[in-house]
Design a protein around this ligand. Structure first.
Ligand code: FES
Length: 73
């Protein structure tokens, strides 16, 4: 069992949309890239919603630098 598997609880998965920021993803058991590769997971992760991250699918804070604004939150 990997460290990530040990730290992820079996609580209900949640996705929260932050205002002008990333998706906050909690309690997922796995994350697969568009190419089919398993990505590292943490109990709480921020996934890019602005499209500007240099570390997609993860948020790297670029949304703040580009003043990302959404219309959903
Ligand atoms: S949402 Fe944070 S870098 Fe895109």
């Amino acid at each position: 069992m990997s460290h990530a598997e040990k730290t992820v609880s079996h609580k209900k998965p949640l996705i929260e949309i932050t205002k002008n920021g990333p998706y906050i993803v909690k309690n997922i058991e796995y994350l697969i890239s568009a190419e089919g590769t398993a990505l590292p997971i943490q109990p709480v992760m921020a996934l890019c919603r602005c499209g500007g991250s240099s570390n997609k699918p993860f948020c790297d804070g670029t949304h703040n630098m580009i003043n990302f604004e959404d219309s959903t939150t």
